[in-house]
Design a protein around this ligand. Structure first.
Ligand code: SAH
Ligand code: SF4
Length: 351
């Protein structure tokens, strides 16, 4: 059976002309989260029968949901071939002033998606990498994460959401399926999540970054930099042995970004490894000329990693130095730590 979430609107329209039929199907799948073809009441009986013959909506199932005290939720999904992968719904509270000046807090949501089961890159600090690589997710298995999470939370179809490809896997190592998923997620007749609301995070596969740039999709890009010299980066992020810092930064200079946005550089701070002021100075020098934002992430510990979290003092000094030199630099709040849903803590579960 074919997974219906693998297909673009145009592909369904070609299969089921005239094209309004594909729009109806998309409406049921992505606006009403209906996964039973028989419940698609404005679709003709013949078409429903044809759909049921070759397509399924059931390739991915929610196996488990864990709730964090900070409002985030971790979802464990099961595939038809008996594997599992995770996605996280991150809830951020934003303070806003109401009409009468009173403070209101509004929840904003980001969904952190997986692109692979496991990961081939094997970064030294990452739990996903430690588990090895199982297989790529199909576009439909990627998209289904969003559909399930929207349905489970009763989100209205038009609810604004951000997507980050920061769950399990290296998205650019599953290039075609990730690009296809970005398009399906962005479809105006479907989930309507504009590419500028989608961020691809990569360990730095230079030729794939180049290829993504040429497609000019309008997606945001984040580079997991984590180190300012090749010796250390090769140790932390083995991808650096294939494409070193200079090569990756060179292709990033040509990457098309929305004029309102910045390139994101992620930097995991690890105690006594890369959290010193000298590294901050070198980082500033490396990013000179980029319209950049640095996102500092505190290393999230897991068993057997051999690394530790940096002190609050060294993080403060690092961040203050960059800010004082005019480089935008934020500290990522680790959400979902209590349910092992934070960065680098996702891995395939035996269920
Ligand atoms: N493979 C891609 C995207 C998934 S990882 C990448 O590496 O960019 C998403 C982010 O989580 C990356 O920036 C990654 O470096 C970070 N991460 C991995 N393990 C971590 C850990 N133990 N603590 C904090 N961040 C971690
Ligand atoms: Fe893979 Fe990213 Fe983890 Fe590195 S940090 S092992 S690239 S998922």
């Amino acid at each position: 059976m074919r997974n219906i979430y693998d297909y673009t609107l145009d592909e369904l329209a070609r299969e089921f002309a005239p094209s309004y039929r594909a729009k109806q199907i998309y409406g049921w799948l992505y606006h009403r989260y209906i996964d039973d073809f028989d419940a698609m009441s404005n679709v003709s009986k013949e078409l429903r029968a044809a759909l049921k013959e070759t397509f399924t909506t059931q390739c991915v199932k929610i196996l488990k949901v864990e709730h964090s005290v900070d409002g985030s939720k971790k979802y464990l999904f099961g595939t038809q071939d008996g594997h599992s992968y995770e996605a996280v719904l991150l809830q951020m509270r934003e303070e806003q002033s109401g009409e009468g000046g009173e403070k209101q807090s509004e929840a904003r949501y980001t969904i952190c998606l997986s692109s692979q089961i496991g990961c081939r890159v094997g970064c030294a600090f990452c739990c996903t990498g430690k588990g090895g690589f199982v297989r790529n997710l199909s576009a439909g298995e990627i998209v289904a994460q969003v559909v399930h999470i929207k349905r489970d939370n009763g989100f209205a179809p038009q609810k604004g959401l951000n997507i980050v490809f920061m769950g399990m896997g290296e998205p650019l190592d599953n290039f075609d399926n990730v690009v296809r998923a970005i398009g399906i997620l962005a479809s105006k007749d479907g989930l309507s999540i504009a590419p500028r609301r989608q961020t691809i995070s990569t360990s730095g596969i230079a030729p794939r970054i180049e290829q993504l740039g040429r497609l000019n999709l309008g997606v945001q890009l984040a580079l997991s930099l984590h180190a300012v010299n090749d010796a250390l980066r090769s140790r932390l992020v083995p991808m650096n042995r294939s494409y070193n810092i200079r090569e990756v930064l060179d292709v990033l200079r040509r990457f098309p970004i929305d004029s309102r946005k910045r390139l994101l550089f992620e930097y995991i701070m690890i105690k006594d490894v890369n959290d010193d002021l000298q590294s901050a100075k070198e980082l500033l020098r490396l990013l000179n000329g980029f319209k950049a934002k640095v996102n500092l992430i505190l290393f999230n510990p897991h068993e057997g990693s051999g690394f530790a979290r940096p002190s609050a003092e060294s993080v403060r000094k690092f961040q203050e130095f960059l800010l004082s030199r005019g480089l935008l630099c934020t500290l990522r709040k680790s959400l979902g730590l209590d349910i092992s849903a934070a960065c680098g803590q996702l891995r395939e579960k035996n269920v």
